[in-house]
Design a binder for this molecule. Structure first.
Ligand SMILES: *Cc1c(COP(=O)(O)O)cnc(C)c1O
Length: 401
């Protein structure tokens, strides 16, 4: 692929400095195009990306079926509001729900899906119940309710007063959750595997324990599957990996192969509580996102990517696991499908920079965790090459520590 850039990274950065609000820490690189697991910058450098699109590019860059579906759709209908029916919205809802449960509502992002789920939990339970229990180091997005649900004080600074009714339980502590439930509690919300918080896996029986608590107390159990949904854990949705049925699950990130799209799925019994006029999204369920979503699911199915990604997950594990023995800066390895966390005893930030200089993109989260969210269709060669570079850099960092 040739570069389509007309400006250098430095030129683009100077425009940003003048016109774009500087709320993101950005790498000083302008990306121009991508294909599969690779992405190029304005200077023509190629990177192998083990964290494409922050997890949104679940099929890597420019997946052919998604590109083709979008190209056909864009010439037909870009947007119509939800006062009309479109075939694609019904079809994508069917594709998701027939592989999971219930009925779908579409929006455009993860935070919006969370907002909708919170509203539905409050609407579905008696009037006096409004409290929702979430979990330390969880992440649910940046709108006011979603950020309040996010039990990380660093994201709350200066924003108060926050939304009333949220309390935070320690992760993997069922008794703590039990003790926090009172007569005003309406729901429990958790990521099946915490993503941004450092790839934190649920303990054995923990999610089922939450299901049982919810049933005992008449609570709505919400699984935030924005990151764990759409095949990320090797099952269509994360709750299926753990065999636990939530009342609501939220989706976004990879759900439409990189096109902005969010959704929440509610069990049939809950769905009518979202009465006409109670909730809406102007762009939600638009034909571009829906056709991209359908093509994403088709690709995962036709190319057997649930199975393939499980094999690639095991391959990553086989590369990293031996290091636990001989690399003292490696504290813990946490892997669920294509969600990989390598927890270090030292800050993970320098690894990101060193890998980038060698043409490999990875992420650091929660200070010490190197996080990978590889595309489900990553090749064996790219798993091996990416692991090799990452391991070399981990070894070299260890030798300096
Ligand atoms: C990214 C993320 C969100 C927020 O999604 P946005 O699209 O950025 O609003 C919510 N929940 C989880 C688990 C996420 O990983």
């Amino acid at each position: 692929m040739s570069s389509t850039a007309s400006k250098s990274s430095a030129d683009v950065i100077s425009v940003f400095e003048k016109y774009v609000i500087p709320n993101y820490g950005r790498y000083p690189i302008c990306l121009t195009h991508g294909e599969g697991s690779h992405v190029w910058d304005a200077e023509g450098n190629r990177y192998l990306d083990l964290f494409p699109g922050w997890g949104c590019n679940i099929l890597g860059y420019s997946p052919p079926k998604v590109v083709q579906a979008l190209q056909e759709q864009v010439a037909q209908l870009i947007h119509v509001p939800n006062t009309w029916y479109t075939e694609s919205q019904g079809e994508f809802a069917k594709q998701i729900c027939s592989r999971s449960f219930g009925k779908a509502f579409f929006c455009n992002s993860g935070a919006e899906a969370i907002e909708g789920a919170i509203k539905l939990a409050r609407l579905h339970t008696p009037e006096e119940k409004y409290k929702i229990i979430t979990f330390q180091n969880g992440f649910h997005g940046r709108t006011l309710a979603a950020v309040t649900a996010t039990a990380q004080p660093k994201y709350h600074q200066g924003l108060g007063p926050l939304v009333a009714g949220f309390s935070y339980a320690p992760h993997n502590d069922l008794e703590a959750v039990r003790s926090m439930i009172d007569d005003e509690t309406c729901g429990i919300m958790i990521e099946p595997v915490q993503g941004e918080g450092g790839v934190n896996l649920p303990g054995d029986g923990y999610l089922q324990g939450l299901r049982d608590l919810a049933d005992e107390h008449g609570l709505v159990l919400i699984f935030d599957e924005v990151q764990t949904g759409m095949g990320r854990l090797g099952t269509w949705f994360g709750h299926q990996k753990y065999g636990v049925q939530p009342d609501i699950m939220t989706l976004a990130k990879g759900v439409a192969g990189g096109v902005a799209c969010g959704a929440f799925i509610a069990r049939d019994e809950l769905a009518p509580s979202l009465r006409p006029g109670m909730h809406a999204s102007t762009f939600g369920g638009n034909p571009l996102a829906m056709t991209a979503g359908i093509a994403t699911m088709q690709t995962i199915e036709e190319e057997n990517l649930l199975e393939h990604s499980q094999q690639m997950s095991e391959r990553f594990r086989s590369h990293f696991e031996p290091l636990l023995e001989d690399l003292p800066i490696l504290k813990e390895l946490r892997i669920a499908g294509m969600m990989i966390g390598i927890d270090l005893t030292v800050p993970a930030g320098p690894i990101v920079k060193r890998c980038m200089e060698r043409g490999l993109l990875v992420n650091a989260t929660h200070d010490t965790v190197v996080r990978l969210l590889p595309p489900l269709n990553i090749s064996i060669e790219d798993v091996d090459r990416g692991s090799e570079i990452l391991i070399e850099e981990l070894r070299s960092l260890a030798s300096e520590s």
